[in-house]
Design a binder for this molecule. Structure first.
Ligand code: SF4
Length: 367
């Protein structure tokens, strides 16, 4: 049987970088292979982060590219193949060719545990790969398991089997309550998430041990391992923890996350880029495009050069329109208004507002 490989993708964003540091600090015995899928179009800060990380980890981060033998940068190579058709959230050929395909090639048919840096304060599942030799684990979340695993463990068909397995899990005084919850079938008024939350509320370690035992009866890569240290992990890491890890390790927070002040109508607002990825990424908010124009003008101009033959990064608004002074003024004005409104009704922290913007997008590019 092939040995299980442990891999961690560095997107260039803060969360995957923090995860790499976290795994090295907490699980130094896991032999993790680090990789990054490079589009050739990241900001310089991203490349700097990767270099800093290599120093901290004492390991090379393997560079994967989607177009190995091309004289052009990977993104440009594929853009030509697609006849200049720019990617968009509905046609994400970039992620498919530049991130997922190189990753799946790198992994081949080996059994692989892939660690993904989705945080405890995020409400999303990270799609990484549908290949069944790749199993994703989310160490920062309360629930470290992927959705497919959870739905098997908690399905009504598994209740009897899971109760049997639970006999081998030490839960002491919680045993009876655990069994009660495990016995409850899912119904239209009691869904999988509710059951999962009840079990995790009662004990994360016990739940992890149960899932790990369940996995032993499956073909998931982890079934081959006798011991998985993350079963013991009860930590939940949120956005502020991530910044903390990056700062205290000395790896540093990429410059583009740092808030820069601007003035509009006599009011002070701040902007930054909310995530890593290509400098022209179509997932950017308009205020981030303005940030790019004002803070990295040369990159903005390059992004503009890609807009031809009617293809634009933002639907219905070419970048040449977006940078008209009155348009920039409007975008800033609306952004400040929105931020103030949210500050009043929600959280006093700008960090929280920015983190909302991270929700949309692609796990392989931004985590
Ligand atoms: S960062 Fe954006 S443009 Fe770049 S590969 Fe990812 S989704 Fe595509």
């Amino acid at each position: 049987m092939k040995k299980v490989r442990h891999v961690l993708g560095i997107s260039g964003g803060k969360d995957s970088a923090a995860l790499a540091i976290y795994m090295k600090n907490n699980y130094p015995h896991l032999d993790i292979e680090y990789y990054t899928a490079d589009t050739g179009k990241e900001l310089d800060e991203t490349y700097k982060l990767i270099t800093n990380l290599e120093v901290y980890l004492g390991k090379k981060i393997l560079r994967l590219t989607g177009a190995n033998n091309s004289p052009e940068l990977p993104f440009d190579h594929f853009l030509k193949m697609y006849g200049g058709y720019l990617p968009s959230s509905n046609a994400r050929w970039c992620t498919k060719n530049l991130k997922l395909a190189p990753f799946e090639k790198f992994v081949g048919n080996d059994p692989v545990i892939s660690y993904v840096g989705i945080r405890g304060d995020e409400d999303r599942e990270g799609y990484i790969s549908k290949k069944n030799n790749i199993q994703s684990i989310f160490p920062f979340r309360r629930n470290i398991w992927s959705e497919d695993v959870i739905s098997k463990v908690l399905s009504n068909e598994s209740i009897g089997f899971v109760l049997e397995l639970f006999e081998s899990v030490e839960a002491n005084s919680k045993t009876d309550r655990y069994k009660e919850i495990l016995k409850n079938p899912l119904t239209s008024s009691y869904n999988q998430q509710q059951k999962l939350n009840q079990l995790l509320d009662l004990g994360i370690k016990e739940f992890n041990k149960l899932v790990f035992t369940f996995i032993k009866s499956t073909k998931y890569p982890l079934a081959q391992e006798d011991y998985f240290p993350l079963v013991e992990n009860e930590e939940i890491l949120v956005r502020s923890d991530i910044f903390n890890i990056l700062e205290t390790s000395g790896v540093g927070v990429p410059e583009y996350y740092k808030e820069i002040e601007f003035e509009v109508n006599g009011k002070i607002g701040t902007y930054a880029r909310s995530r890593s990825g290509c400098f022209f990424c179509f997932y950017q908010q308009k205020i981030e495009w303005v940030w790019l124009y004002e803070q990295h003008n040369e990159l903005f101009l390059k992004a503009m050069e890609y807009e031809k033959d009617g293809y634009t990064w933002i639907q219905d608004e070419p970048l040449s329109e977006l940078i008209k002074p009155e348009r920039i003024h409007k975008i800033k004005e609306e952004y400040v208004k929105r931020t103030n409104r949210k500050n009043k009704v929600q959280s006093p922290y700008l960090l929280d507002i920015l983190s909302e913007a991270e929700g949309e997008g692609c796990a392989s590019c931004f985590i």
